[in-house]
Structures are given as C-alpha cells and as structure tokens.
Design a protein around this ligand. Structure first.
Ligand SMILES: [Zn+2]
Length: 281
C-alpha cells in the first residue's frame, strides 16, 4: 500500500463564544479541547472515489453510570440498539461496532461530565484495545452542554455520549477516526469551487465548502427548506454561492437532514484506523 502522510499540527479550535441555547442536539465538544494535537493525516489513497474496505468489527466497552444504588443512567440495551442502527453508516468500508462488555461506574458525579476536570472517569474502567464508550447525562465545557465528546487519534480510545442518537454516535466516531467538521476553518476557508479543498476546510474534497458558523448572526439568517436544501445566499471570496452538504454527518445542520458520510470521509476513517488506531480489535 502506497500511503503518503503529512504531519499536520492542528490546534483544536475554540468555539466557546457561543453561550445561547439552540435546539440543536448535535453540539459537539470534541473540537473544543485547548490541547494541541499532532496527528498524521492521510493525503492520498482516500480520494480515489472508491471505498477502501476494512471488513472489521470493532469492540466497544460500554461504561454505564449509576444514578443511585439501584439504577443506572439509561439502558444498555438502548445503547446497543443505537450502535446497531449506526452501523449502516459505515457499511461501505465494511466497518461495524459491537458492544463486547458492559460495566457500571459507581459515581453519579460523572453523570455531568466536565471536560478537563472529570478525566479520572477514564482511568477507572478503561479497557485497552477497545473503544471505551461512556454514557453520561451531559458533556460540559465552560458550563455549556454538549451531547458528545471524543479524543482524537493519538490519544486514548474514548468516546463520551450524552444522547442516544445513532447520528451523534456516528459523528463522534468520525472525530475519533480523525474527521473534522465540514465547516472547519482552522486550516483556512475552503472555496466553493473546491480548488483548495485538500489543504483547507475539513481537508476532504467530496464534502463541498460549508459556511456554517456557530454565531448568532449566522444562525438567525440560516435556513434549510423542507427538502434540506440550503436557502442562504452566502458567497465565498470568489463570489460563488455555497451549496453545503446538509446531509453530511459531520455538519451541524438539522438531524433530520443528516444521513451519510462521504467516500473520502469513510476512507479517511479507514486509513486513520489502519495507521493510528490499529490497536483496536
Ligand atoms: Zn463534532
């Protein structure tokens, strides 16, 4: 396999200046870490247009948290059902997930998981070589609620979920295997014509440029019609109108519209798995 990598230093973005409640349930704390992350990004082998199959099922260690002596927060069966229904989203690369163990954490304080403060939760029940999935009531960063959080490639195999949604789970799996939001601007603003798609935006070329920004001005002006078509007249610096991928899992558009990863996104996840998370079985 001829895989060429570049090292990208990605200081994870901070979107913290966003403190009003929106009826979006896919808010995601994953890119909000202040830690600098260095990890390898595949630059070739992902843009062939063909899905690179892994044909692999990865194990999940499911960690449920006790609410009191008698009960736990949410039902393991519901988590298993969520994972089962998310598996279809990864079918094209032959990747799937299954729960291999279930345990409980006897500390209700972790139900409200504070990023940067509650990481001791991970030490208690961490199972090597599996995806450690912690089910909480809320992920909090600077007192803002988020429905999911994960550590990017190069760090521990951890996902935290506050909502049992196959889309939220799949979105976190995307970050877990190195995907960025489609509206990422840390690397520069992607152009609608795609001419700089490899270096800017989410560095994925089959997800069109996405102008989404979590700011009040943007949200007040943004709308999708009933068919999930983008109804803004925003233009990029070339004067081209944006046509963002409102159906993509790594966007922040309506859950009702999101249903897929692109081929390059799937291939990126496969490459990151093979090269940086291949301890998972
Ligand atoms: Zn996210």
């Amino acid at each position: 396999m001829n895989i060429k990598f570049t090292i990208v230093l990605s200081t994870i973005l901070i979107f913290l200046s966003f403190d009003f409640a929106i009826s979006q349930n896919d808010f995601c704390a994953t890119n909000l870490s202040q830690r600098d992350q260095v990890y390898e990004r595949p630059t070739s082998n992902i843009r062939s247009g063909e899905a690179n199959r892994l044909d692999r099922t990865l194990s999940i260690s499911l960690h449920m948290i006790k609410v009191n002596n008698d009960s736990i927060h949410l039902k393991p069966d519901d988590v298993i059902e969520m994972i089962d229904s998310s598996n279809i989203l990864f079918e094209r690369i032959g990747l799937s997930f299954r729960v291999c163990s279930i345990d409980t954490i006897d500390n209700f304080n972790f139900l409200k998981f504070d990023v940067g403060f509650d990481e001791e939760m991970f030490i208690m029940n961490y199972n090597e070589n599996t995806i450690n999935l912690y089910i909480v009531q809320g992920v909090y960063l600077a007192d803002q609620y988020y429905s999911g959080y994960t550590l990017p490639p190069g760090l521990e195999d951890i996902i935290v979920l506050a909502e049992l949604s196959d889309l939220v789970f799949a979105h976190q799996i995307g970050h877990f295997f190195g995907l960025y939001h489609t509206f990422e601007t840390f690397f520069g603003q992607e152009l609608v014509d795609g001419s700089n798609c490899e270096e800017t935006g989410d560095q994925i070329c089959d997800t069109p440029a996405d102008p989404y920004q979590p700011t009040m001005d943007f949200l007040l002006s943004f709308s999708l019609d009933g068919d999930c078509n983008y109804r803004n007249d925003l233009q990029d610096s070339n004067g081209d109108f944006y046509i963002p991928p409102t159906d993509n899992i790594m966007t922040f558009y309506s859950q009702a519209c999101k249903c897929r990863f692109s081929i390059e996104q799937l291939n990126t996840m496969a490459e990151i798995y093979l090269n940086q998370r291949n301890n998972l079985w």
